[in-house]
Write a protein that binds this ligand. Structure first.
Ligand code: 5GP
Ligand code: MN
Length: 339
């Protein structure tokens, strides 16, 4: 059985050809993923750099972070992570800028200016976006993770999938599918995982670092979030929240809070899970998850964010927690009423 339909495969190969041509035209290449990077963002970015170097050793490839923030704790074990640099000075402009795991320019944050100065821009992504930025793009919204597309590219180029590349891509797919448990965990994701384990990825090492190495302070924060879980709509909507003072009280860091929404989604019968999280700047960041067929991306987009049907996010600037609840909860209740 084919993992991709013939039409999609042809489209993807056309994209890969254009990407290879863009790489061949370039001498200097910068790769960057989205702000608040997750396992798919960093795994896809770093492995793509390794793959390009393997095929085109003469190219100068750099890996950028979208923001001058530390790499999240649970991802610091990744191979090549020490290569990640904060956005370069205003005088620099790469020949080619590769944006991975995002297709909305705002999510490049501080790296956006560099992208705009680059001679060419190419996007490789799996978010549902009709109009990605850039001169060229490979968009695979049916792919579980951007890492699946990067693996396809490595196989297309026929380059060696090293152990490091396999670890990076396995982490990308494992995290974006919630350990192969979310609705996007399709046959292609398992096909890719199998290839990567055969190439040397160790799932237990990824799981140990990402899911079984929490600091006690983070677990205390989790228990605060768990204690606050509230349900509405007869249990169909579950939400909880974290205030900045909770981070201070527990000693947990903002960079280890990405998984908190997974606590909320555990509630039996909940169809939508929401976590509201206050940032040190006084904004409220929202993580939305759908456990079934409901598409939460529209609500996220309506609030200035975006994402997938089953996992989306947004940021509300300068609002209190109460205001944020008043803005977000009625939209989710309306969405549930439509079903
Ligand atoms: P998370 O809730 O884990 O931050 O994000 C879930 C999904 O939604 C991810 O695929 C992420 O890329 C996307 N997403 C989160 N926040 C935003 C946002 O502010 N804008 C856009 N366009 N996508 C977002
Ligand atoms: Mn992703």
């Amino acid at each position: 059985m084919n993992r991709l339909s013939e039409g999609r495969r042809r489209l993807q190969e056309q994209g890969f050809l254009l990407l290879s041509e863009a790489i061949e035209r370039a001498r200097t290449i910068a790769i960057c993923a989205h702000m608040s990077p997750d396992g798919d963002a960093l795994g896809s970015e770093l492995s793509l750099a390794a793959i390009i170097r393997e095929r085109w050793p003469e190219k100068q490839v750099r890996c950028l972070l979208a923001e001058a923030k530390e790499v999240p704790r649970h991802l610091r074990f990744l191979p090549m992570v020490e290569e990640l640099e904060v956005p370069a000075g205003a005088d620099e402009a790469p020949d080619l800028f590769l944006a991975v795991d995002l297709s909305v320019a705002a999510r490049l944050a501080e790296a956006r200016a560099l992208m705009e100065r680059s001679r060419e821009v190419f996007v490789i992504d799996h978010h549902p976006t009709e109009h990605p930025f850039g001169n060229g793009a490979i968009m695979r919204p049916d792919a579980a993770a951007c890492g699946v597309v990067v693996l396809e590219y490595a196989l297309y180029l026929d380059v060696r999938v090293t152990r490091d590349v396999a670890m990076l891509l396995f982490c990308a797919i494992m995290t974006d599918t919630g350990r192969f448990q979310y609705q996007n965990a399709n046959a292609e994701a398992f096909w890719a995982a199998s290839k990567l384990v055969a190439a040397g990825a160790d799932p237990s090492v990824v799981a140990l670092n990402v899911y079984q190495s929490m600091r006690l302070s983070y677990l205390r924060l989790e228990s605060v979030v768990m204690g606050r879980i509230t349900t509405k709509m007869g249990g169909r909507l579950a939400y909880s929240w974290v205030l900045w003072e909770d981070f201070e009280a527990t000693g947990a860091g903002e960079d280890e809070s990405e998984g908190l929404v997974d606590i909320v989604r555990c509630v039996e019968g909940a169809e939508i899970a929401l976590l509201l999280r206050q940032t040190p700047e006084g904004a409220i960041r929202g993580n939305l998850r759908s456990k079934g067929a409901i598409d939460v991306s529209g609500v996220a987009t309506g609030l200035g964010g975006g994402g997938h049907a089953a996992a989306a996010g947004f940021t509300l600037g300068k609002v209190s927690l109460e205001e944020a609840k008043q803005i977000v909860l009625p939209r989710l209740e309306a969405l549930l009423l439509e079903e």
